[in-house]
Ligand binder design. Sequence first.
Ligand code: HAX
Length: 441
Amino acid sequence: MAESTLKQTLKQKIEAFRPRTQKLNKEFGEVVIDKVNIGQAIGGARDVRCLVTDISYLDPQEGIRFRGKTIPETFAALPKVPGKEQPFVEGFFYFLLTGEIPTMDQTQEIVADWKARSAVPQYVFDVLRAMPRDSHPMTMFSTAILAMQRESKFAKKYATGTMKKNDMWEPMYEDSMDILARLPVIGAYIYRMKYKGDTIIPADPKLDWGGNFAHMMGIPNPYDDVARMYFILHSDHESGNVSAHTTHLVASALSDAYYSLSAGINGLAGPLHGLANQEVLGWIKQTMKKLNNTLPSKEQLKQFLWDTLNSGQVIPGYGHAVLRKTDPRYVAQNEFSKKHLPNDPLFQLVNMIYEVAPGVLTEHGKTKNPWPNVDAHSGVIQVHYGVVEEDFYTVLFGIGRALGVLANITWDRGLGYAIERPKSVTTDMLEKWAHEGGRKI
Ligand code: HAX
């Protein structure tokens, strides 16, 4: 098969970029960019500047930019699916990988490429079928990705013993493209097998990646546009979040994209990270149930929020390790909902929570950020279009997140990033340095 425009463009970009990274590492490796304190060592390396990515950057006040563009700028710039509101996810991936907005022809090339790669080996479905049907869908999703590792082109090439370091990005790219092409098939398969009486819907070759996902889920349009929007919004959030960091960490050992993504997905399954979207909907449902499915008053809502906090739980969907303002991914979903589901009672409840929760969290006085994150909104849109099984929501997040983390590990190999190996110290050492006013270098 002739090399696609995406792969040729990526090759030029990586080769042109590589000297920048090499120069920084060789000539300026000793330049100090951060200091680490005891709180950061114990507190999850918060704010420590020790990861590099050019694919997205998260400003605490402004939120995410993909390749320098805000969310509205990104959506406005990308080629739209004909007759639809949302852009092609395929074109977005071209943009993430190269930093260039693709033409419609370049976008269509990836649409065709992903279709050609989309067949999931039967043994992957067999593995899913062998699992207890009540396994969590994230366990199934991660298992399917890991089971498919047998297909890795990177692992096969590595085993020949002939692969040079500068060439490693190529099979990483090939694996990433294969995986991305198949994830919507796997996600929809898990959904239909688990929740829809095992009635699997085959792909429609006429449709794009997002459109096909909606079709295979069996959800009528405009769920196709919801899927496109959702996957783009969840794709990347710079490198330090648990799913991105885990994927990068595992890939740094030259584990292939299947091993790395499966590990990242396991991190996404934590309730403080991606699973928060499931938790938010569970919390909203509980709240509505207590009131016989009527909307609470603001006073009642305040009380529910306090009850949650007083029982030692977090308010899911609120707070963030980096952001200090309302997440623009929340805002994008809110704009969509204002247009498409303004009278939905759950949407109204989400807006009420937004009016009340930041005040309650501020009064509670613990969180550094009382504003909502992406997960505070996503479930409500899903329920509106019929995806009521909240356990499944993190799989949707995972399909989107794969776009960002796989783009990142392809570049990691292109720039030859080292195996990740921070240094640990002991508590005795920390106590000694605390008394001495710092570690004497
Ligand atoms: N409700 C109650 N307490 C909260 C809170 C919330 N929503 N957010 C933070 N806090 C608490 C923390 O638990 C912490 O308490 P302790 O000192 O007792 O440990 C304190 O406030 C300080 O935390 P922080 O510095 O503001 O936040 P962290 O960087 O430690 O944690 C989290 C960031 C996102 C994990 C946190 O805000 C949280 O648990 N939020 C709720 C879960 C959630 O929505 N997660 C999804 C985040 C976005 C994401 O990754 N999506 O995938």
